[in-house]
Structures are given as structure tokens and as C-alpha cells.
Design a binder for this molecule. Structure first.
Ligand SMILES: NC(=O)c1ccc[n+]([C@@H]2O[C@H](COP(=O)([O-])OP(=O)(O)OC[C@H]3O[C@@H](n4cnc5c(N)ncnc54)[C@H](O)[C@@H]3O)[C@@H](O)[C@H]2O)c1
Ligand SMILES: [Zn+2]
Length: 401
């Protein structure tokens, strides 16, 4: 039985409206000279790249921007960024964007530091040591990548999402400024926002730390459910539930943007130490095959996996109903758990996340192979509190179809 757990996060977190104004001072402290800003064209168009570039320059460093980031970045996008980076030889990386750009910056950091091919680092614990300094500036409120251990890519040859997972990928500095999310379009706001809720809920349902079984010779970044993780999730869930609809429907609502940015950050701190489970594992092959966004796939699957986990996580789900602001007076534990699942369904509907896999282009004859591929993602599956068989996973998918 595992009797200890550990906790990692970004080296420093600067949070709040206008936090990016501090970038000039932050880079001075890092004592670097040449930065590569990893971003994409939508972020440039929104004026965010210029803003960050000017703050970096006034901190006394040279900056070049790579604007070839893309949603759910392919391995090819990574190689393009790596080539650009290798020519510029930066000593600092700045990931500016949603999870996609921040993840790209992380994996480019691995390649710049250690060489090799991206495939050398897929999986857990393959990064040999620290990478070059990285500042992460999220422009979506969702993935928590600004504090997490993961860099996620799309393997377009094998139609699956792949991840480089290592505590060395946690950024040195996270600059989390709600003003960076004001231009985020409603769909990206909804998808990334429900991803944050999925992080929180999967972590709250996760396998207990003491029950987490890691085969000899393997490491697990995920530590299982533990008190510090629970504290974080219990703070994140109310923030996300309260602010997500307003952030989607009224993007200029700074209070909503601020609440979501804080909720997503805290959820990221939690899940990246506790773990996420079957929702994320099932989303990897689905996202890889139909190219829905990570958040959309997760949001769609979340209530179905909550239902599957309910027999072994009644108490956690009942508590989640309270955290989500449901009036649970007079309800049994089971009714409270059902209320939590229904609350997720209502929230999802309010922000336009589909309810059925057929709506995002999945074919029924794909379900079995999705179930098989998901079951193979052991680093995620062992965090799921109820160990599914391939048939169980197929049943979940049929339910969601
Ligand atoms: N590293 C992790 O721990 C982690 C966790 C969860 C998800 N992910 C990964 O993150 C990716 C998804 O990231 P995401 O949900 O943040 O979305 P995203 O980064 O893919 O962005 C979605 C779209 O919104 C645009 N956009 C983002 N912010 C904007 C802004 N402020 N103004 C204008 N346009 C903006 C982007 O340009 C992009 O076109 C997936 O690849 C997913 O697998 C990583
Ligand atoms: Zn996620």
C-alpha cells in the first residue's frame, strides 16, 4: 500500500488582472537573453502576442515569435516549431495561447535541451532532466497547462492524442492574467472551460492515493486522490460552475473571466498531481479520430463516466452536487450523486457542448476500437476508481453514442 504522496506545480504563479504587466520584471529575474514566443495566428490577431512581446523586450531581452501553433497540435507542427527554435537558439521559451501553444512550447523545450525525436519522449518519465526555462501564459481558461506536467500532441498517422508527461515540463513561471482570455471566442471558452471542470471532477473521483497500483519499474506522476488535491478541487468546482456560462455568453465580463481563470488554474494544480481517468482516456482516441476539441470530447463524455463510477464514488459525487450549488436538502446520497450528474448535463447544454458522440461525427463501428485504445492508456486508466473492462468502456461509449 502506498503511504506517501508528493505534489508539484509551476515554480511561480503570478495571478490577476494585469499580471502580464509584470513580465518585464519576471524575465529580468530569470537572467535570460533570447526568448522564443510560441503562439498562433489567432493570438497574434487578437493583439496578445504584441502585448507580451513588448513586455519581454522592455525586460531587456530579444524576442522572436513562432506563430505556427494550431489547435490540438500535430507532431508536424511541433517539428516546424522545433526547426524555427533551433535556428534562433533561445535560452527562454514563452508559451502564449491555450493548452495547444503552451504544450507545443513544452515539448520544443525538451527537444532543444535533449535532442532526439518527439517519439522518444511519449509516455511518462522519459524526459531526462530539466528543460530550458519556460514561461506559460494561458489565453484560455481550461487546460491548466501553465502548471501541469503534460505536453499533448496529435499523432495524425495513428489518429490518437499522445502525451509527453514529466514533472520537468512544469513551467518555471505561470503568468495567469484574465485579460488574456477576453478575446477567446465562445466555443473555445466553452470547450476549454468544461475541460477544467472535467479535470476537477475526474480528480475528485480518482483512485485513492493509497490504492494506486504502479507496476514495479514504472513511475506515476499521478499520485491518486489525496488531501491537498481535494482542497484544490473543492475550490475549483464552485468557481467554474458559477462563472463558465457568463464567460461563454458574455466574453467581456471580467468577473467571469477572472473566476474561470482561477478555477482552471486551481483545477490544473489539482488534477496534474492527483490524476484524471476514463474520460480523458476515452477522449484520446475519439479526439484523434474525429478531431473534436479535447474539451468538447471530455465535456460530452463526462456525465457518462460519472454514471459508470457512481457505484464506487457515491460520497464524492454527492459532495460534488453541493459544490456545484445544487439544493440537496432532503436527498439521499444516491439522489445527490444523480443530481451532480444532471447538473453537469445542464451546464453542458447551457454552453453548447453536444450530448451524443454521433453529433461530433463518431460512427458506431468505431466504438469498440476506441474502447480498446483507451484501455491501453494505463497512466490514465489506473487513476479511474472503477477498473473498466473493454466491454465496460464500449458500454459507456454506446450510452454516449
Ligand atoms: N498540458 C496539459 O496538462 C493539458 C491538459 C488538458 C488539455 N491539454 C491539451 O490542450 C489543448 C487544448 O487547449 P485549449 O482548450 O486551451 O484550446 P486551444 O489552445 O486549442 O485553443 C483553441 C482555439 O482558440 C484560440 N484562442 C485561444 N485563446 C484565445 C484568445 N484569448 N483570443 C483569441 N483566440 C484564442 C486558439 O488560437 C485556437 O484556435 C489540447 O491539445 C489538449 O489535449 C493539455
Ligand atoms: Zn483535459
Amino acid at each position: 500500500m502506498k503511504t506517501t504522496w508528493s505534489f508539484h506545480t509551476a515554480g511561480a504563479i503570478h495571478f490577476g488582472i494585469g499580471a502580464t504587466e509584470q513580465l518585464s520584471e519576471i524575465v529580468k529575474e530569470l537572467k535570460t537573453k533570447r526568448a522564443l514566443l510560441v503562439t498562433d495566428k489567432a493570438i497574434v490577431k487578437a493583439g496578445l502576442a504584441d502585448h507580451v512581446q513588448s513586455k519581454l523586450s522592455s525586460g531587456g531581452i530579444q524576442v522572436k515569435a513562432f506563430d505556427g501553433g494550431e489547435p490540438e497540435p500535430s507532431i508536424q507542427a511541433l517539428l516546424n516549431c522545433y526547426q524555427f527554435a533551433a535556428e534562433w537558439t533561445p535560452d527562454l521559451l514563452v508559451g502564449l495561447g491555450g493548452g495547444s501553444n503552451m504544450d507545443l512550447a513544452k515539448v520544443v523545450g525538451v527537444l532543444l535541451t535533449y535532442g532526439g525525436t518527439p517519439q522518444d519522449y511519449f509516455g511518462e518519465g522519459k524526459v531526462p532532466g530539466p528543460i530550458i526555462p519556460l514561461i506559460a501564459i494561458p489565453t484560455t481558461a481550461g487546460t491548466g497547462s501553465e502548471v501541469t506536467h503534460a505536453g499533448v500532441l496529435t499523432d495524425t498517422e495513428n489518429n490518437i492524442k499522445v502525451a509527453v508527461a514529466s514533472n520537468y515540463l512544469r513551467p518555471n513561471v505561470a503568468v495567469v492574467d484574465p485579460l488574456m482570455t477576453v478575446t477567446c471566442p465562445p466555443k473555445a471558452t466553452a470547450d476549454s472551460g468544461i475541460d477544467a471542470l472535467t479535470h476537477a471532477i475526474e480528480a475528485y473521483m480518482a483512485t485513492d492515493s493509497s490504492d494506486l497500483e504502479v507496476p514495479a519499474g514504472e513511475i506515476s506522476i499521478y499520485q491518486g486522490r489525496m488531501p491537498l488535491g481535494n482542497c484544490l478541487v473543492e475550490s475549483a468546482v464552485p468557481l467554474i460552475v458559477q462563472h463558465l456560462p457568463n464567460a461563454v455568453n458574455d466574453g467581456k465580463n471580467i468577473k467571469a473571466r477572472e473566476g474561470m481563470h482561477l478555477g482552471a488554474l486551481i483545477a490544473g494544480m489539482g488534477f496534474s498531481n492527483v490524476g484524471v481517468g476514463a474520460v480523458h482516456a476515452l477522449e484520446y482516441p475519439i479526439g484523434g479520430a474525429v478531431h473534436c476539441s479535447h474539451g468538447c470530447g471530455n465535456g460530452l463524455l463526462l456525465p457518462y463516466v460519472m454514471k459508470f463510477n457512481k457505484p464506487v464514488r457515491l460520497e464524492a459525487l454527492a459532495r460534488l452536487a453541493e459544490l456545484m450549488g445544487v439544493n440537496v436538502e432532503g436527498l439521499t446520497q444516491e439522489e445527490k450523486a444523480d443530481a451532480a450528474i444532471n447538473k453537469v448535463r445542464t451546464l453542458r447544454k447551457e454552453i453548447g457542448i453536444p450530448d451524443k458522440l454521433r453529433e461530433i461525427g463518431v460512427q458506431e463501428n468505431q466504438l469498440h476500437s476506441f474502447a480498446e485504445m483507451a484501455l491501453n492508456i494505463k497512466r490514465l486508466m489506473r487513476s479511474n476508481p472503477r477498473s473498466p473492462t473493454v466491454d465496460d468502456l464500449e458500454e459507456i461509449l454506446k450510452d454516449a453514442y
